[in-house]
Design a protein around this ligand. Structure first.
Ligand code: NAD
Length: 497
């Protein structure tokens, strides 16, 4: 947790020298076209930087460099223990620069500085460090062959990885990809979101300082439909890894099919159910978790517990507890260390969230708290955490990912009904289950179609647990050793003795 005051952070913000150029082959560079876009802060609308607006020409250059350095073997054929040492230095540099990186993250996308400095940047460093630590401890396989044969089953780096990431946890999502991609010896071209490019641009220099060879990590800021699309269609990108919306995830599969059949690994959207049974062991803990599951990071979380499924017999007791717990989540200036909810990422996202709140009213849901834009006079984009009761799973606010602090309460009578509602969604990212009955917990956890299930808590797990989605929440997994699978090709070598 930060010990700096809001005034300290403001002062540091004034002194920040923000880099907005792309990073190709170890050097900062303007986009080939010379185009830039303005990066504005959702905190108060202040201008932060002119950022390079990369395009096809930049993608070509970055991929060519990434390919050349991959083929040279300076990184791809380096001993895993040496890659480990470099990546641990990189993680240490992220930690050393935590204040600058946290400040960039908060100014760029509006999240509370307390979160960016204690969750996002340390989490990003840990993602690199954990994977680096693992990479000289994973072994390949020898097949159970007949006596006159030797069968080797080995993993090789895929080559050039394109990574396209979102704005809600900009550096953390990037490092969930960078850790395993780099540890396994690949070169990477990272495209951060146009809404939050600043930390990705900054860390490219830190990677060089750590000793990563030039060209292994390239960063191309720019728009999805320009440089993102160029990477996704590129004939020399071997694997595309993505975190973002389900809509764009599907488009990337099309691009892969239209180009070189690059492998595509997708972490996409969610509409996660948080199921509270009447026999939950601690209703107060469940209420606080339900509030944080929708308000943390302004609700801009893929695993946001946006559908709160409550057993009818406890509803009248439980909902006032959730409303009370939500009061701890009050939007304020994210540079104030006491702030728990910051600004939504931009005006467009704020208007999307407000339009869903309108839809909730129109569909007849009952507003229990929140529902409005606030702090408009600051020039920032703030929306109150909002809770609707009387929601059915057929309503727009229960069906679609809002990606903001809007909670829908749905009532159920039986465990079977709860599971049916939970699974009645195209998504399958996460689910929470609250019950003291161990059989019910296991049975419900098995029945729910989701990549992560949390019992008597919401949002558990660390680097040791794989993270990803069932159904249209994606494929493949970030984190844990399973993440290595995305960045390697499996080879069978069969030798006649
Ligand atoms: P988005 O899909 O709009 O954008 C994600 C990235 O894709 C951005 O970098 C964007 O520029 C790029 N992009 C957009 N159009 C493109 C195109 N045609 N070709 C190539 N790239 C393109 O998502 P977002 O608004 O940045 O992020 C929010 C979404 O991310 C939510 O749906 C959320 O659930 C999801 N998310 C998922 C996870 C997970 O691990 N499953 C984690 C965080 C966020």
């Amino acid at each position: 947790m930060t010990t700096l005051t809001r005034a300290d952070w403001e002062q540091r913000a004034q002194q920040l020298k923000i880099e907005g150029r792309a990073f190709i082959n170890g050097e900062y560079t303007d986009a080939a076209s010379g185009e830039t876009f303005d990066c504005l802060s959702p905190v108060d609308g202040r201008f932060l930087a002119k950022v390079a607006s990369c395009d096809l020409a930049d993608a070509n250059r970055a991929v060519d460099n990434a390919r050349a350095v991959f083929e040279s073997g300076v990184w791809s054929r380096l001993a895993p223990a040496k890659r480990k040492a470099t990546l641990i230095r990189f993680a240490d540099l992220l930690r050393k620069n935590v204040e600058e990186l946290a400040l960039l993250e908060t100014l760029d996308m509006g999240k509370p500085i307390g979160d960016s400095s204690s969750i996002d940047i340390p989490g990003a460093a840990n993602a690199i460090h954990w994977t680096a630590e693992a990479i000289d401890k994973v072994y390949d396989e020898v097949a159970p062959t007949p006596h006159d044969q030797l069968g080797l089953v080995t993993r090789e780096p895929v080559g050039v990885v394109g990574a396209i990431v979102p704005w809600n946890f900009p550096l953390l999502m990037a490092c969930w990809k960078l850790g395993p991609a780099l540890a396994t010896g690949n070169s990477i071209v990272l495209k951060p979101s146009e809404k939050s490019p600043l930390t990705a641009i900054r860390i490219a220099q830190l990677a060089i300082e750590a000793g990563l060879p030039k060209g292994v990590l390239n960063v191309l800021p720019g728009y999805g439909h320009t440089v993102g699309k160029a990477l996704a269609l590129h004939m020399d990108v071997d694997t595309l890894v993505f975190t973002g919306s389900t809509k764009i995830a599907k488009q990337l599969m099309v691009y892969a099919g239209e180009s070189n059949m690059k492998r595509v690994w997708l972490e996409a959207g969610g509409k996660s159910p948080n199921i509270v049974f009447a026999d939950a062991p601690d209703l107060q803990a469940a209420a606080e978790a339900a509030a944080s599951a929708i308000a943390f990071n302004q609700g801009e979380v893929c695993t946001a517990g946006s559908r709160l499924l409550v057993e009818r017999s406890i509803k009248d007791q439980f909902l006032p507890m959730v409303v009370e717990a939500l009061k701890a989540w009050k939007p304020g200036n994210p540079l104030d260390p006491a702030t728990t909810v910051g600004a939504l990422v931009d005006t467009q996202q704020m208007n999307t969230v407000l339009s869903y709140i309108d839809a909730g009213h129109q569909d007849g849901a009952k507003l229990l708290a929140g529902g409005k834009r606030i702090l408009e006079e600051t020039g920032g984009t703030y929306v109150e955490p909002t809770i609707f009761d009387g929601v059915t799973n057929a309503m727009k606010i229960a069906k679609e990912e809002i990606f903001g602090p809007v909670l829908s309460v749905i009532t159920f009578d039986t465990a079977e009904e709860a599971v049916a509602i939970a699974n009645d969604t195209p998504y399958g990212l996460a689910a929470g289950i609250w019950t003291a009955d161990i059989s019910k917990a296991h049975k419900t956890a098995r029945a729910v179609r989701a990549g992560s299930v949390w019992v008597n808590q919401y949002d558990g797990g660390d680097m040791t647990a794989p993270f990803g989605g069932f159904k249209q929440s994606g494929n493949g997994r970030d984190k844990s050793l399973h993440a290595l699978e995305k960045y390697t090709e499996l080879k069978a070598t069969w030798i006649k003795l």
